[in-house]
Design a protein around this ligand. Sequence first.
Ligand code: SAH
Ligand code: SF4
Length: 481
Amino acid sequence: MEDTRFKKLIAEAPPEEPARQYYFMEQVRRLVEIKKKSGYEALFKVEVIGCQMSARDGEKLSGILTNCGYTPADSVDHSDIVLFTTCTVRENANERLYGRIGRLKHQCAARDGMILGIAGCMMQEKDEAELIRKKYPYVRLIFGTHNVYKLAELLFEALWKDARIMEVLPDSSLIVEDLPSVRKYPFKASVNISYGCNNFCTYCIVPYVRGREKSRNSSDILRECEKLLGEGVIEICLLGQNVNSYGKDLAEDMDFPTLLSNVAELQGLKRLRFMTSNPMDFSEELITVIEKHPNIERHIHLPLQSGSDNVLRRMNRRYTKESFLKLAHKIRERIPGISLTTDVIVGFPGETEMDFQDTLDVLRTIHFDSAFTFIYSRRTGTPAASWEQVPDDIVKDRFARLMATVKQCSRENEGLDIGKTMEVLVEEADKERKGFLTGRLSNNILVHFEGPSSLIGQMANVRLVESRDFYYLGVAASDQA
Ligand code: SAH
Ligand code: SF4
């Protein structure tokens, strides 16, 4: 009987998206209402491991669960559903997940009806998903990057059948629009402009776990941005693995500089950011668009990875040390006050001391405001994983020297804006100083200053008076008389 009813409910689901998912949200809501009568609290927590893409997936999962009748919990300890959206770009991200789920084993056994679920990049790796399936029987929901939108449908089956559900799709060309979403901050939001990646840098697992590049229609992106602005958002970050290749796969005639310009011109948008921009196809038009729109952040993340032509070629990065330097100089020249940050990998297979010196040379020449430094991590299935690896002790030594250079270079950039009054987007109460607020300058640098919490989520003029480790202390401009 129960089984017949389940089959009937599935058969009645609309085939098209997102109507189908809204139908399943309604079905889950009904089950939750029934369960609540016997003490089920319907609390959830979504835990994000990884980059902004993973965080954005987390917002979508939270939105779906909220629409399913669940309430956000203060902590994992009191949750009936705990969902992890995972990262696998480096081995240590995988280790973090295993540590976290290990600690939840007891809770899964003790809390009646508890559902621990794992989604995201790591589940797109066959070996990892298999390991979870075999060795962690208390993980009850396993899905990947291509079916985040389907959480309600999967959850409905898990709840109805009290069963374990695993669905990982190899790739998908489907983009489901208009799903609910819950943001951490009411005043800032991230918007996906494309999914996946076609670049296949030889160290990187992203194209395998996120699939081929798919751009969203520009009208859908603009509609989402307008909706966010209507809800009081003043800062938007456009997300793509390589925003510069946005639109190449679309039927409409659209590219990233045009999209960026269209979004920048939306009424009420105070700040516009984007991530990540590959130096390989960073265009002249893009610089012009940034130049023209003061609300586009004065900050560009320009991942270098390596400064050696030899390594860059084997990484399949499609730019050279010289073209990177030229681009960085041109950006600095055309957009004064711009902050440049980067990513660097040390210990890529075959990297020699001379290659490494080329990387240090670029860092010393460009003086990035900050750099994320990574030890090369061997990712199964990528070309570089089967190449001869650099011995650990050499990698460690280079990493220490890399860190020292990065620190020294960013120190030299510190405090350049002392004395200036600049616009700050106030994000939250300062975690350390009572009565202080924390915000960001247009170049993404943090500023702490004394002020009322009513300023949170607003733009404030702040005079920068002191520079400390990578941030400023300031005074609200109105207090300066
Ligand atoms: N699409 C972005 C990168 C996403 S991954 C881009 O092209 O810039 C974020 C960063 O992780 C990369 O810039 C790179 O520095 C680092 N990374 C990726 N794969 C890695 C690996 N196998 N080992 C170490 N670092 C890696
Ligand atoms: Fe990975 Fe390269 Fe694609 Fe970035 S551009 S996600 S580093 S393959």
